[in-house]
Design a protein around this ligand. Structure first.
Ligand code: TYD
Ligand code: MG
Length: 460
């Protein structure tokens, strides 16, 4: 009997079979099988030269990371850097993944970035595997980009693209998108898990080997992320997500992984007829529809995204349930957090919600995932239940503990200043945050308990 010299391995879960399969019986991925040789290697030493023997830590020379500003400060902020004496922007030789829903504006953002870099005499190569050169030209015209330094290369084959990357040595390469490009080294079709992985590998080697920065676009699919950017997250240096509601105009850029910076910063943009514009003052945007003559169940909180304070409106709706088990729905805040706040309200201030549906919504589609929003959520619920209006000139910040105590929050000065800048007369903060009562035109009210915050914020 002839010996089997190769096996097929699912690149998604590691399942092995003797013959090729279209769908993995173990994890259900499509096109994830790759042929691997099972014959033992004759020589176990690698063919690559051994140039770097192990070194002592203090013998290693540090070359500080070189960053290239994109000229779009909201983008730079998310890319990181910018600490004392450091510039922010794309790190030279890094591989960045820009992920987002189709149609959210990824190509637009990167084309604008390319245009800005070219203004600074940087050379950019835009490899478009999805759109024709004509389509990109049309978009560039709409965005007002005119430059000699931007090269468009409509190509789906990565080997050909790589040839030009190595020849031209641009400052930045944009690959649009990882799902549409393919390498000839692998049989499966473009967009399959193994193609995406291998392409990413090749791009990573190119970035590191040639010291060229590369940004790849990856579409996130609603129905499972199998062939999506999820499989790439651990391979690239930085993962940036572009989020937003397609029916609203603003977009949020968020870094979810960054080997060269922190991941808490967000960048905010607005999509207009002439591309994406930066939103320098996001609180204004989120409070645009805020109604000063308020209804019960609405409060303004000061949340903190990275180092930037942001005012957003929280709304709650509480009503008798027609169902056997009441519903708890949270949009923009963690449902578990809302359940915890409800439990505290029931136990500590005797609010009976066992027959009530509770809906909590963050206006503007922002995701608020810090405990400092607790008090604002609690007060929105309480004012809705009691059918009273919370003072519309008072902002709220504070975490709620399980015994109903209000706990301290970070960046308190910045939050207070932001509320004051947006015209709020008063801010309710935790007693534990030690700060004076009056700061440049805003009254600071420090509270220990939820009930105190209610009496201070509700008229009559
Ligand atoms: P696009 O960048 O093509 O999205 P992605 O690459 O993430 O799939 O942008 C898609 C949407 O943006 C499209 O519906 C049109 C809109 N758009 C504008 O509103 N204004 C503009 O100036 C541009 C270029 C696009
Ligand atoms: Mg696109």
């Amino acid at each position: 009997m002839a010996k089997v010299k190769s096996k097929y391995v699912c690149q998604s879960c590691g399942y092995e079979t003797a013959g090729y399969l279209g769908k993995c019986p173990e994890c259900g991925s499509w096109g994830s099988f790759v042929e691997e040789s099972t014959a033992p290697q004759k020589n176990s030493m690698p063919e690559v030269p051994d140039t770097f023997p192990p070194m002592k830590l203090d013998e290693i020379e540090m070359n500080s990371e070189i960053r290239m500003s994109t000229n779009i400060s909201e983008f730079d902020r998310v890319l990181g850097g910018g600490e004392v004496n450091k510039s922010s922007g794309i790190v030279q030789g890094s591989l960045v993944l820009l992920a987002g829903d189709p149609g959210i504006g990824k190509s637009t953002l990167l084309l604008q970035t390319a245009g800005e870099l070219c203004k600074n005499n940087k050379k950019v190569l835009y490899i478009s595997a999805e759109e024709s050169a004509g389509q990109i030209k049309l978009r560039a015209e709409r965005l007002g980009i005119k430059t000699d330094n931007l090269y468009i290369y409509p190509q789906t084959n990565l080997e050909l693209a790589k040839k030009y990357i190595e020849e031209m040595k641009p400052d930045l390469v944009i690959v649009d998108s990882i799902q549409a490009i393919y390498t000839s080294q692998i049989q499966s079709s473009a967009g399959s898990v193994s193609q995406i992985r291998e392409c990413c590998n090749i791009l990573m080697q190119t970035a590191k080997g040639q010291n060229i920065s590369i940004i790849v676009i990856g579409h996130v699919t609603k129905e499972g992320n199998i062939a999506g950017p999820k499989v790439l997250e651990h391979m690239v240096d930085t993962v940036i997500q572009f989020e937003g509601d397609k029916y609203k105009t603003y977009r949020i850029l968020r870094s979810v992984k960054n080997r060269f910076g922190n991941t808490s910063e967000v960048g905010i943009f607005e999509m207009s007829g002439r591309g994406l514009t930066e939103v320098k003052n996001p609180s204004e945007l989120f409070l645009k529809e805020y109604n000063q003559t308020q209804t019960p169940g609405s409060t303004i909180i000061v949340t903190s995204e990275g180092t930037r304070p942001l005012l957003v409106e929280i709304q709650a709706l509480v009503g008798t349930t027609p169902y056997p088990a009441p519903r708890r729905v949270a949009n923009g805040v963690d449902t578990g957090r809302v359940l915890q706040i409800l439990a505290v309200l029931e136990k500590r201030i005797g609010l009976n919600l066992s027959k009530q549906d509770v809906y909590v919504n963050v206006i503007g589609g922002m995701d608020v995932d810090e405990p400092a929003a607790d008090l604002g959520i609690a007060l929105a619920i309480v004012t809705c239940v009691r059918d009273v209006v919370f003072d519309s000139h008072t902002a709220i910040v504070g975490e709620i503990g399980l015994s109903g105590e209000i706990r301290a929050v970070n960046h308190i000065e910045k939050r207070i200043t932001e509320a004051q800048k947006l015209g709020f007369k008063r801010i309710i903060i935790p007693e534990a945050n030690e700060i004076q009562d009056k700061i440049d035109g805003i009254e600071v009210v420090r509270v220990k308990k939820i009930l105190e915050a209610i009496t201070r914020g509700v008229k009559g």
